[in-house]
Design a binder for this molecule. Structure first.
Ligand SMILES: C[S@@+](CC[C@H](N)C(=O)[O-])C[C@H]1O[C@@H](n2cnc3c(N)ncnc32)[C@H](O)[C@@H]1O
Length: 336
C-alpha cells in the first residue's frame, strides 16, 4: 500500500476541470505539458495526495494516486480486460481470500490478475497462465507498474492451461480457479486434477452459447456441483444539484459469470430432482411446450394448466348465459 507524499517514479492521476483523467509517471526534472501551459513534476514530488496543481496557463489539476479500478481502465491493453464491476464480483463469488492458492487463465492484459493478487495478498499464491507470449509480457508490465515491481505471490507461465497446469501444481492443491477464455470447457480435466474438493471454479463468458456449453459439460462430468450463473449491470448516476438521475449511457453487457464447486474424488454430484423445462433439451412437441420455452427465453408465457382452467371458466360462463335464471324466461333469439 503506497502512502505518504508522491515519490519519483510513481504513477499519478490528474483530473482536469472537466473531469477528464490523465495518468503520468513522475520523473525528477520532467515537465507535464498541456495546450494551456505546463508544470514541473518536481512541484508534485514530495506533495501529499489530493494536491491541486496549476499549469503556467492557470488550469488546475487534481493529483491523486490511481485506484485499481482507474488503473485497469487506463493501462495498456492487448486482449480485452475484465471490467472492475466483474472483477469485484469474481473476487467475492469465487471466494478469493488472503492466503488462497489461486490459478487463472488466460491472463490477457492482466486486469483481473491485479484484483486476484490484491485479494490473495503476499501470503497467498496466484499462478497465471497465458497462451500468448506477447499478451503475457503486456500483463507482466501492467502488474509491475501497478505494484511498483514484482508481486511476491505471483507466478506467470506461458502455454495452454490444459498443458501447463498438470505439471505446475500437485493434485488437489489449488483452492480456486478462474477462467477467462473462449473455450473453458477444454480445461475441465486439468482443473479437476488441480482443485481441492470443495474448491471453486469460476468462468467468465461473453455469450450464452458458451455459458450453456460450460454448464452442460460440467453437469455431464458429474464431478461438479450444479453450476450457478448470473450477470451484473452497473448504472452510473449523474449528480448535480437537483439534477440527480441515472446516466444516459451505460455498459449494458460485458460477460456472464458461472461458478461450480469440485466434488470429492469418486463422488458424483447428486442429480437435481426437478423436471427439465420443456424444450430445454429438445424441440418443443406442442404449442403449450412452445409457450413454456418462450417464457424461458424472456417472452411472457403461460402454463398449459392455466390455459385449461381459463377455457373451463369460459365454458361455464357460456353455459350459465344459455340457462334462464329462476323466474326469468330465456331471451328471445333475435333470429326468430
Ligand atoms: C479476454 S483475454 C483475458 C483478459 C484478462 N482476464 C484480463 O482481465 O485482462 C483471454 C485470454 O485467454 C487466452 N487463452 C485462451 N485460451 C487459453 C488457454 N487454454 N490457456 C491459456 N490462455 C488461454 C487468450 O490468449 C487471451 O489472452
Amino acid at each position: 500500500m503506497r502512502r505518504g507524499p508522491f515519490r519519483n517514479g510513481e504513477r499519478v492521476q490528474l483530473t482536469d476541470p472537466k473531469g477528464r483523467l490523465t495518468t503520468m509517471t513522475l520523473g525528477v526534472g520532467n515537465t507535464f505539458h498541456t495546450h494551456k501551459g505546463s508544470f514541473a513534476h518536481d512541484e508534485l514530488i514530495g506533495a501529499p495526495e489530493g494536491t491541486v496543481i496549476s499549469t503556467s496557463g492557470g488550469v488546475e489539476y487534481l493529483a491523486l494516486r490511481p485506484l485499481l479500478a482507474d488503473y485497469v481502465l487506463s493501462m495498456p491493453r492487448g486482449a480485452a480486460v475484465i471490467y472492475p464491476k466483474d472483477a469485484a464480483q469474481i473476487v467475492t463469488q469465487a471466494d478469493i481470500y488472503p492466503g488462497a492458492r489461486v490459478v487463472e487463465a488466460g491472463v490477457g492484459s492482466g486486469a483481473l490478475t491485479l484484483s486476484l493478487l490484491r485479494a490473495v495478498g503476499e501470503g497467498g499464491s496466484l499462478l497465471s497462465i497465458e497462451r500468448r507470449e506477447d499478451f503475457a509480457e503486456i500483463a507482466r508490465g501492467n502488474v509491475q507498474t501497478f505494484f511498483g515491481g514484482d508481486h511476491p505471490a505471483w507466478e506467470l507461465r506461458t502455454g495452454d492451461l490444459q498443458d501447463v497446469l498438470p505439471g505446475a501444481v500437485e493434485a488437489g492443491s489449488v483452492d480456486r480457479v478462474v477462467l477467462d477464455m473462449l473455450a473453458p470447457w477444454e480445461c475441465f480435466e486439468a482443473v479437476e486434477h488441480a482443485l481441492a474438493p470443495g474448491g471453486v471454479l469460476l468462468a467468465y463468458l461473453a455469450t450464452t452459447t458458451q455459458l450453456s456449453r460450460f454448464a452442460e459439460d460440467a453437469k455431464d462430468r458429474g464431478s461438479w456441483t450444479e453450476p450457478v450463473a448470473w450477470e451484473s449491470m452497473v448504472r452510473g448516476w449523474h449528480l448535480e444539484g437537483l439534477s440527480v438521475r441515472p446516466d444516459h449511457r451505460m455498459v449494458a453487457h460485458t460477460g456472464f459469470l458461472v461458478t461450480t464447486r469440485k466434488m470429492a474424488p469418486g463422488v458424483n454430484a447428486p442429480i437435481r430432482r426437478r423436471r427439465p423445462a420443456p424444450g430445454a433439451y429438445s424441440e418443443p412437441v406442442n404449442d403449450f411446450e412452445t409457450a413454456d420455452l418462450a417464457a424461458d427465453v424472456g417472452e411472457r408465457g403461460v402454463s398449459a394448466k392455466k390455459v385449461r382452467r381459463v377455457l373451463r371458466a369460459h365454458e361455464a360462463d357460456r353455459s350459465r348465459r344459455a340457462e334462464p335464471a329462476d323466474g326469468e324466461t330465456a331471451a328471445p333469439d333475435p333470429q326468430d
